[in-house]
Design a protein around this ligand. Structure first.
Ligand code: SAM
Length: 239
């Protein structure tokens, strides 16, 4: 990672509200190097290396605008692919336990190697289909935050992400800017999955002209003695 990219990453993260140390910037540089080394033999990303800071790293970090990153303890990234947004969020918040779930084994091989090479702890990969994992006791209602980027339509994601979230937690779908139609189409699926739309948050990715929308969902059930909420920071929209 060039000094210029490093500067853009640090400044962009600060704009999102995340202060990255030199050691954390080194981890991003290491992750970028591994990602593009593996990309030569595995189809991990079509984003050129010079655009990775904005389109992968800052875009991933911007997901934290939808929840309190410091308060979250367990996060699952469903359909993580090359580790996006899970690895950037893990680097930004070392105390966060992160589960990277994907149905494609060869992508998990990359992630397993990256985790070791970067020396990350408190992060695991899971080879599973989301529709199966969301029914398994080791995953069901076990996460403060469930995120997904570029994995499927919102209605399908609602059925996968909401069962993974504990009462008081939040599911966040990273979507392109215009989601009104998709949100309307997903209304029944969200209700059927036992959730509600808590907000849609428009965010501008630092260094990018484009905006994206974070669609925030929450399970409606409330267990007695639940932990304090970690989600819904600044989200707006219908409850
Ligand atoms: N989230 C990453 C990103 O933003 O770069 C990867 C996006 S990629 C377009 C979609 C990923 O979702 C793929 O790695 C694919 O294997 C995974 N995926 C698709 N359907 C899935 C399912 N039902 N269960 C688990 N993973 C799935």
């Amino acid at each position: 990672m060039s000094p210029e990219e490093r500067g853009r990453l640090a400044a962009g993260a600060r704009e999102i509200g995340i202060e990255l140390s030199g050691a954390q910037l080194d981890l991003f540089a290491g992750y970028q190097a591994l990602l593009y080394a593996w990309n030569e033999r595995l189809n991990l990303t079509r984003v050129p290396p010079r655009e990775a800071v904005a389109r992968h790293f800052l875009d991933s970090l911007a997901a934290a605008r939808a929840f309190d990153l410091a308060a979250a303890r367990r996060l699952i990234d469903v359909g993580t692919g090359a580790g996006l947004p899970g690895i950037p969020l893990k680097i930004a918040c070392p105390g966060l336990h992160v589960t990277l779930l994907d149905a494609t084994r060869k992508k998990l091989a990359f992630l397993d190697e990256a985790i070791v090479a970067l020396g990350l702890g408190g992060i695991v990969t899971v080879h599973a289909r989301a529709e199966d994992a969301c029914r398994q006791p080791e995953h069901r209602a076990r996460y403060d935050v469930a995120v997904a980027r570029a994995v499927g339509p919102l209605g399908r994601l609602a059925g996968w992400l909401l069962p993974l979230v504990r009462p008081g937690g939040v599911a966040v779908a990273l979507k392109s800017a215009n989601v009104d139609g998709e949100v309307a189409d997903a209304a029944v699926a969200i209700r059927t999955a036992g959730g509600r739309l808590t907000g849609t948050l428009r965010v501008r990715i630092p260094g990018e002209e484009v905006e994206r929308t974070l669609v925030c969902l929450a399970p409606v059930t409330r267990a007695p003695g639940q932990r304090p909420k970690v989600g819904h920071r600044g989200a707006t929209g219908p409850a």
